[in-house]
Design a protein around this ligand. Sequence first.
Ligand SMILES: CSCCC(=O)C(=O)COP(=O)(O)O
Ligand SMILES: [Zn+2]
Length: 216
Amino acid sequence: MSFSHIALEEKQRILSEFSAVKADFASRHWFPGTSGNLSMRIGPFEPNEFFFAVTASGKDKTKSTPEDFLFVDQDGKPCETTALKPSAETSLHREIYRLTGAGAIFHIHSVFNNLVSELYWERRAVPIEGVELIKAFNIWDEDAVIDVPIVPNYADVPKIVPEIEPVLNARVPGLLIRKHGVCVWGKDASEAKKHLEAFEFLFEYAYRWQLLKQSR
Ligand SMILES: CSCCC(=O)C(=O)COP(=O)(O)O
Ligand SMILES: [Zn+2]
């Protein structure tokens, strides 16, 4: 299906949901210093053909303007004529869509996601053990243990892309980029938002628990 075959009402619905999510995240101070980028997929999904709306690069994401988003294809190419540039990290979103078929992907920088990505860098994953909020990922085992993968950060973002597939864990809808931020996903924007809230809680917990253990 070509992008032009997707109904205008569907495009408007996605953009209005997208603006609401972005405003919500801004109110939580999740976009310090223009960081962060968000995307939402639209229309049918095939690993080699899909479309998504993504935040424009370098903008202050706490502001709401008519130029906040653009639609791109699976190669990150704009679907419509625009002067906007897709996020510099669009290649990460493309790869995560390709591998997971997710409906929305959110990337933010926070102090706790940066801290744990460095604290656990040597094992390349943040372990989270038996915390109730793991259930937000639809993991219901008693005392579940999960590992949130960490990939290296490179200034040349496409160099990060091949690091993703080998560490992807079907149970864990997120990954950390070392001393950079987190990418999380879900079947739609509300599930991805739930996952992001849970991850941020769990990262703060993991960091504080480590400090507490060391001080005892
Ligand atoms: C100022 S943050 C550096 C770039 C980054 O990591 C980020 O999340 C925002 O990049 P974008 O191109 O999406 O604005
Ligand atoms: Zn970033």
